[in-house]
Design a protein around this ligand. Sequence first.
Ligand SMILES: NC(=O)c1ccc[n+]([C@@H]2O[C@H](COP(=O)([O-])OP(=O)(O)OC[C@H]3O[C@@H](n4cnc5c(N)ncnc54)[C@H](O)[C@@H]3O)[C@@H](O)[C@H]2O)c1
Length: 461
Amino acid sequence: MPQHTRRDFLKKGTSAAVAAATVPSLKVSGFHLSNDETIQVALVGCGGRGGGAAVNAMRAKGGPLKLVAMADVFEDRQANCVKNLSDAVEESKGAMLMDVPADRRFVGFDGYMKAMDCLRPGDIVILTTPPAFRWVHFQYAISKKLNVFMEKPVTVDGLSSRKMLELSRLADTAGLKVGVGLMSRHQVPLQELYRKVKGGAIGDILLVRGYRMHGPAGYSHSVPKPTNLSEVEYQIRRFHSFLWASGGCFNDFYIHIIDHANWFKGAVPVSAQGMGAKHYKSSPEGEPYVDQNFDNYAVEYTYPDGSKFYFEGRCIEGANGVYSSYIHGSKGVAIASRANDCGGPSAIYKGQNFDDSKLVWKSTDTTNPYQNEWDALVAAIRTNKPYNEVPRGVEASVSSNMGRMAAHTAQVVTYDQMMNCEHAFAPHVDKMTLDGPAPVMADEHGRYPVPQPGVLIDREY
Ligand SMILES: NC(=O)c1ccc[n+]([C@@H]2O[C@H](COP(=O)([O-])OP(=O)(O)OC[C@H]3O[C@@H](n4cnc5c(N)ncnc54)[C@H](O)[C@@H]3O)[C@@H](O)[C@H]2O)c1
């Protein structure tokens, strides 16, 4: 198979890359909604973030935006989201617009098409399912000439990364605007810090450090499937537990800090080495953990200039909790995220200690980056300015994938190796059915295939 380099992918597509990604060519052309038209919005993936993104959409500057259709594979998840959103709309006393009658609520694997079919070219679809389905839904959105807001991660393996980059180019050709939920980029304290760091406030960046360490979160840990759920249903409901669905907790949880490390360095890592393990094999109740995640990871990334980014991730109850990021320069040090994925205030200190007497600058902005990212997307749509965050979404996703693969295989993994990796986790995700075979199947003990560092070295399971 031909090898595709970072440059091939990031600069402009090669025909080989297109062929490898097998994305059908889509006939699309530009369009533009007039400034006073209500932008209609469809939500695909009615979970926690989908509901949050729908609220951000309905509250976006540059409105009006109205939620008109919703799709999910599970009726209970959708019903819950309809209720939460209806309550929020009622409380908003007319500030938020939603009109999603029963015949515009779609359930099932083809629901995404039906929801998008309710929209006109130039409207917006929100893609907030687990990332495995991102390229499938993005492809359909482009064919319908829809602007898109999609959540991170946008890819989980080499195949989906190649597909997303190709689709991104089609979206550009069509003049579509696409936002990606890497909200660090829209966090004002980080934007201010970025400008100061670029202006030399801490000298040359020598080291970036990032940590996300807390107890089990989301669906990072799973016990054997209950008998009343199909394999596919179980794996989608608990998507952080399955590498095909989410890229695992490494990709899903750690991507934000990895993304802002790349942003400040102005580069993607050339290589990663790492380690990790699943220390605890069973739940406090004594049931075996059967998911595909390690519960602790440490990865060293190397950037093209030789500088390093150290990332540590852990999902272990009772262990020291750290969830923040730091940038060390030749003249000073910066707190990028003080808490969580990109929580302010960011700050700059002289020297390498976080000593109050050496504080040079501290941010004061407290605007919500989840709202900011929507305001920016809608402004680009209203003014018809080029806007496509998918390339950096792919870069952050590939950077996450390569760190995870380095830890899972105990090998050095380069960016190009990750991009070209032939182990496709779920190549037929577009044809999935609830009762069909799942991308990974459990053994007789209910356990799914797990990484074997040093034994499996060119695939993760
Ligand atoms: N930017 C952020 O800070 C942030 C925060 C949380 C989640 N996220 C991202 O948002 C995405 C969703 O996460 P979540 O926490 O909302 O998960 P969730 O499980 O709460 O929601 C996902 C929803 O998608 C539905 N779904 C699954 N497959 C589908 C398909 N093929 N078609 C239609 N619906 C489908 C599920 O039934 C569920 O309702 C993930 O990619 C996650 O990483 C981002």
